[in-house]
Each structure stands twice: as structure tokens, then as C-alpha cells.
Design a binder for this molecule. Structure first.
Ligand SMILES: Cc1cc2nc3c(=O)[nH]c(=O)nc-3n(C[C@H](O)[C@H](O)[C@H](O)COP(=O)(O)O)c2cc1C
Length: 325
């Protein structure tokens, strides 16, 4: 599986939708630029991650939202970047050739304002060396599209089915936590052809400057990420896993993961891989610590592979039935 795994232990390796991951860690979209950003930091390596998800990409370039775009909150941060990106053609022609595909697996993150735009961006990545495609139907920071697709199962399924038509690459759908029935949405996305699910995107929030009495974020609202959302994200993974496991569809669990114990909680809840985003901002070396902590736990538990831990949450049959209702 290439050089990606040379520093990592065998128990961390996994197969995700036919792709070899050297570690269950996935670097999350919007938190690592286009895969090159952190490689400038001494000691950081993309090889410590099983996969890296690129910044959300639309058909045309976007300048993003007016400032402020980020704001630190207790145990988290708000962001409303507004999908700033150079457009799909630039990413495919200029950025992808610069990436070292021996380091890790690279995943595109596709956004759009219409179903057609999602399809066109997916088509461009299909004809590129990218390893997999994540459909972001859950971006809370753009006026059209984004979360409008993610909060309604019919529309989510429509986007997934349309993208499915134009690619055979692994298709991962990123679900919104800002909806009432995430299980139903997960089921519809799987039936529409999604090979995997990302759970969850950010949760909508806001902050107010009491002196000016204005919203701090230029977009008024933003997406909350970081440790503040971890318990919510964990429950959503637990709920989605009840549906996804029946279809053998893997989950990338994410939302506030900062430590190996956080990552282990998500894996036990049903995530095959675990996303790291906001925590990179204050500790770019966090992946090494999480990999080491997971390895130590697997050894202590007598498990030969991280794959054996996925979905091993101990709940009684009665509890499981009650929760599903
Ligand atoms: C600054 C910032 C930008 C983001 N941009 C994107 C994006 O372009 N596409 C996407 O699907 N998710 C985006 N996200 C959401 C993250 O990928 C991730 O799902 C979320 O932050 C939860 O994980 P975390 O708490 O570990 O950061 C962004 C998050 C942050 C903090």
C-alpha cells in the first residue's frame, strides 16, 4: 500500500470502500487547504493520516463570505468561509498534479448550488487521479444549495443519485446534523448509491458583539466545530450506524475529535474512520498522538486490527430497540 504506512503500525490499517488507509484518521475538508497546507510545518506528515479531504470545490471559483469568517467559542469555533475555492478545473489541472499520492489517499469535497453543479464537479473529479469523492450536501455557510440539499432526504437522495451516474469512484455523502431524522437521510443516501457516509458536518450557531450589537460573523450564522460538538456528533454516528451497518456502508465519524480516546469512542459507536479538523488548528501534531493512543488501546485490548473495534458498543437488545424508535 505504498509508503503511506511505513511509520504506522499494522493494526491501524484498514480497507475503506476498496481503498487502503494507513490509519483510520482522515484530515477533514476545509481544515487542511488542498492537502499541501500543513506539509509546510516541521514534523507534520500527510502519511500519518489514512486520507486527506480537500477543501470544498464548486464549478466556478468562489471568493467566499465577507469577514469575519471565523470566531473562537468555548471549546470550539464558528466558521462561515462560504466555500472559497478556485473552481473545479483549477483544482483538477493545477492542484492535483502537485499532490504526492504515495503519501495518503486524497478525497475531493464537492459542493454546488444546483444538482447539475454537483454533477459537473463530480464528473471533473471522476476524470482525475483523485481516490474518492465526498459530496458536501451539508454546508451551512452558503445561501443556496449546501445544507438546503442535506436537510431534506428527497433532495439529498436526488443529489447522490445524480452524482452516482457520473462516477464509479467511491462516493461518500457528508450528512448534516441540522436535521430531525438523520437515520432516514442516511438510508435514502445509501439507497441512492452512496458507498460511505461522513457524519457530521458543523452545527449552525452564532455569536453577537454586544458593543456594536451586530453578529460577529459576517454571514450572521456559522458552523460550530471542535470539542463543543463532540457528544452530538457521537450520537449521530451511533444513530447512522444502526442504518449503515445493515448495508455494510462505512462511516467517517467526525466532530470535535481531539484525543485518541475521542477517536476510540467514535470507532466503538460505528465509525470505520475518524475525522480530525478543528483540533489541527491548535495542535498540528495531533495525528501522531491519536495513532499512538489507538495502537496502545488495541494492544491492551488484545485486538489485532482497528477494524475489529468498529461498532462494538455494548448495548442490550432492549436498549437498541428503544433508541431506534
Ligand atoms: C474552517 C472550516 C472550513 C470547513 N470547510 C468545509 C468544506 O469546505 N466542506 C465540508 O464538507 N466541510 C467543511 N468543514 C467541516 C469539517 O470538514 C468538519 O466536518 C467539521 O469541522 C467537524 O469536525 P471538527 O470538529 O473536527 O472540525 C469546515 C470546517 C471548518 C472549521
Amino acid at each position: 500500500m505504498g509508503a503511506a504506512s511505513e511509520n504506522l503500525t499494522r493494526p491501524l490499517q484498514l480497507n475503506f470502500c476498496g481503498l487502503d488507509f494507513a490509519s483510520p484518521i482522515v484530515l477533514l475538508s476545509g481544515c487542511v487547504g488542498f492537502g499541501e497546507e500543513y506539509t509546510r510545518i516541521a514534523g507534520f506528515s500527510n502519511r500519518d493520516a489514512g486520507a486527506v479531504v480537500l477543501k470544498g470545490t464548486t464549478l466556478q471559483p468562489r471568493l467566499g463570505n465577507a469577514p469575519h469568517r471565523v470566531y473562537e467559542t468555548p471549546a470550539g469555533m464558528l466558521n462561515a468561509i462560504g466555500l472559497q475555492n478556485p473552481g473545479a478545473d483549477f483544482v483538477v489541472r493545477r492542484i492535483l498534479p502537485e499532490l504526492d499520492f504515495s503519501e495518503t489517499r486524497f478525497i475531493a469535497n464537492v459542493s454546488g448550488s444546483t444538482v447539475d453543479e454537483y454533477v459537473e464537479v463530480t464528473r471533473r473529479f471522476d476524470q482525475s487521479p483523485i481516490d474518492a469523492i465526498e459530496i458536501n450536501i451539508s454546508c451551512p455557510n452558503v445561501k443556496e444549495g449546501g445544507v438546503a440539499f442535506g436537510n431534506y432526504p428527497d433532495m439529498s437522495a436526488q443529489v447522490v443519485a445524480a452524482c452516482r451516474q457520473v462516477t464509479d469512484k467511491p462516493l461518500i455523502t457528508k450528512l448534516s446534523p441540522n436535521q430531525t431524522n438523520i437515520r432516514e437521510n442516511a438510508r435514502r443516501c445509501i439507497e441512492a448509491g452512496s458507498d460511505a457516509l461522513s457524519v457530521i458536518n458543523t452545527i449552525m450557531g452564532m455569536a453577537i458583539d454586544v458593543q456594536s450589537r451586530r453578529p460577529v460573523i459576517g454571514n450572521v450564522q456559522g458552523g460550530l466545530s471542535g470539542p463543543a460538538i463532540k457528544p452530538i456528533a457521537l450520537l449521530k454516528v451511533h444513530q447512522v450506524y444502526e442504518v449503515a451497518r445493515r448495508h455494510h456502508v462505512p462511516i467517517i465519524g467526525q466532530g470535535g475529535i481531539t484525543t485518541a480516546v475521542d477517536a476510540l469512542e467514535f470507532i466503538i459507536a460505528g465509525a470505520s474512520a475518524v475525522g480530525v479538523g478543528t483540533s489541527l488548528f491548535y495542535d498540528p501534531m495531533v495525528c501522531k498522538k491519536i495513532n499512538a493512543g489507538i495502537t496502545e488501546y488495541l494492544t491492551a485490548q488484545g485486538l489485532a486490527s482497528v477494524e475489529q473495534l468498529v461498532g462494538t458498543l455494548r448495548v442490550s437488545e432492549a436498549d437498541a430497540t428503544a433508541q431506534a424508535d
